[in-house]
Design a protein around this ligand. Structure first.
Ligand SMILES: NC(=O)c1ccc[n+]([C@@H]2O[C@H](COP(=O)([O-])OP(=O)(O)OC[C@H]3O[C@@H](n4cnc5c(N)ncnc54)[C@H](OP(=O)(O)O)[C@@H]3O)[C@@H](O)[C@H]2O)c1
Length: 323
């Protein structure tokens, strides 16, 4: 079957570690299900894997891709929950120390077929396209949990989204605006700042800009490049929710005084549970909100999609499709 996979790690030239070619059809373990992939979306996680972050070289070749929508063996249209947990774990599966994401230990979704535990399948409503459904399980689920589960901010509150163009960030803007939050966003790019406002942001700013007033929460996925601005943008007692550090994980720790003196909360967030994925899908159905899709490409052209993401030349999701 056709697949896009990593053959080695290449920290400085991730595209050189990517191959788009044929791989054997996967076996289906007991209790797992085979899904014929109709669409699979690209995440920054896939670029990290090629760079050697979170992917062990001994597991290669590894088919990349966390997210998919497709058809299971019984003909049901499904969305694939990307988080693979220990079957004996009880409670919030994002806290399971043995959890992994598809494409870390188990072969991922950029292929004709993916094999996952049956409990990871969630029904896909007909009103979501394959491309929309395939955009939800990682970036959109992460945004849902950051905003509605972790931030503690109620609708009506003001939320700043750093780095508007990303998959997670565009989800935060759309979800926040639809739920009645006042959403502000930053982006390095003028066209993306304008697009953020079309998506529902009330205001958009250059990175580091002084805001009209301090915000209740900042949604942080950019990391080192925006961290100080995130802390400076919070009101007393405000919350920064962080789920990523694309520009680097080690910002200068110059703002510790600010954190305790203003009683700021720094909250980590990772992915979301299967139940939250079901709620996210229902949220999309009820509000009419749909994932922001930048580009749809056939899987054969996956390299072009990866190149766009590496260059940061994206507003929303890149999705790969199969016939
Ligand atoms: N913890 C989790 O479960 C989880 C889940 C999903 C994602 N993540 C992480 O969250 C991050 C975002 O993921 P994604 O898939 O949304 O990635 P993405 O689509 O590639 O978005 C990255 C965005 O970050 C901004 N950015 C990148 N480098 C920057 C820099 N040097 N200065 C300022 N802004 C910069 C850009 O915004 P502008 O171009 O608009 O400035 C860009 O659009 C990644 O690091 C990913 O690994 C974590």
């Amino acid at each position: 079957m056709l697949a896009a996979y990593a053959v080695r790690t290449a920290p400085d030239d991730p595209l050189s570690a990517l191959v788009v070619d044929h791989r054997p059809q996967p076996e289906v373990p007991e209790g797992w299900a085979r899904v014929r992939v109709k669409a699979a979306s690209l995440n920054h996680h896939d670029v990290w894997s090629l760079r050697g972050v979170g992917l062990d070289v001994n597991r290669m070749p590894m088919i990349l891709g966390c997210d998919a929508a497709g058809v299971d063996e019984s003909g049901q249209d499904v969305v694939v929950h990307a988080l693979i947990g220990d079957p004996d774990w009880r409670g919030d599966e994002t806290l399971d120390p043995r959890r992994s994401l598809l494409s870390e230990r188990h072969q991922g979704t950029f292929a004709d077929e993916v094999v996952v535990p049956r409990r990871n399948l969630v029904p896909k409503p007909a009103e979501l396209s394959w491309e929309e459904a395939a955009s939800l399980p990682t970036a959109w689920l992460t945004a849902y949990r950051m905003l509605f589960v972790k931030s503690g901010v109620q609708p009506g509150g003001t939320v700043l989204v750093q780095g508007a163009g990303g998959g997670v960030s565009t989800a935060l803007i759309r979800l926040g605006a639809a739920a009645g939050y006042r959403v502000w966003a930053t982006s390095r790019d003028e066209a993306k700042r304008a697009r953020a406002m079309e998506l529902g942001a009330e205001l958009s700013f250059e990175p580091g800009a002084r805001l009209p007033e301090r915000v209740d929460a900042v949604m942080e996925t950019v990391g080192a490049a925006t961290w100080n601005h995130s802390l400076k943008s919070l009101r007393q007692g405000g919350t920064v929710v962080i789920s990523g550090a694309t520009s680097g994980p080690n910002p200068p720790a110059g703002d510790l005084n600010r954190i305790f003196f203003l009683q700021l909360r720094v909250i980590g967030s990772t992915m979301g549970t299967r139940d939250e994925l079901v709620q996210l899908i229902r949220f999309c159905q009820l509000t009419g909100v749909r994932p922001v899709i930048d580009t749809v490409l056939p899987l054969e052209d996956a390299r072009d999609g990866f190149a766009r993401l590496v260059a940061g030349d994206v507003m929303g999701k890149i999705v790969f499709t199969r016939g």
